[in-house]
Each structure stands twice: as C-alpha cells, then as structure tokens.
Ligand binder design. Structure first.
Ligand SMILES: [Zn+2]
Length: 85
C-alpha cells in the first residue's frame, strides 16, 4: 500500500515538473503587474513638502520659492521674511 502511495506521489512530482518546464519552454513574456490608473496618475506627480509648515502636497499645487516648495504664497512670503538678509 505504501508503494502505491509513493508511486502516486512520484507521478504527481513528475507531472508538476513537466508542467513547469513546458510553461518555461514556451517562454511567455511575464506580464507587468496591472496598476490602477488612479495610482499611476498620482505617482506621476511628485509630492513636495512646504518649507514653512511641512505640509505635503502635490507639486502642481505647490508654490515654488527660493528655498523650495511652499503650500501657498502666504507661507512663501512668511518664510522669505524670516530669512535674514
Ligand atoms: Zn505651508
């Protein structure tokens, strides 16, 4: 009885091995992981941090200043006024 169990196990292993090799020989190109479109859009725009308050916001909504990015003109002006000249 044990012999038949081993024989069955052997055939299962051979079947799995041959199936795996056949899949490999076919050389199917690995498909890239499907990313949600929303995720791709948000990742295309980088997130910047306000130099004054540290708020993180998309670069498109940020205001660029001399020191970096700011969440608005008020913080850009406040940061510039704090800067010793
Ligand atoms: Zn800010």
């Amino acid at each position: 009885m044990k012999f038949f169990l081993l024989l069955g196990l052997f055939f299962v292993v051979v079947w799995l091995f041959r199936g795996g090799r056949r899949r490999g020989e076919r050389g199917a190109p690995p498909q890239p992981p499907a990313a949600p479109s929303d995720d791709a859009q948000s990742s295309s725009e980088s997130i910047v941090a306000c130099m004054h308050c540290g708020l993180h916001l998309p670069q498109g909504e940020a205001v660029s200043g001399d020191a970096g990015w700011f969440c608005g003109d008020a913080h850009r002006l406040a940061h510039d006024s704090n800067k010793p000249r």
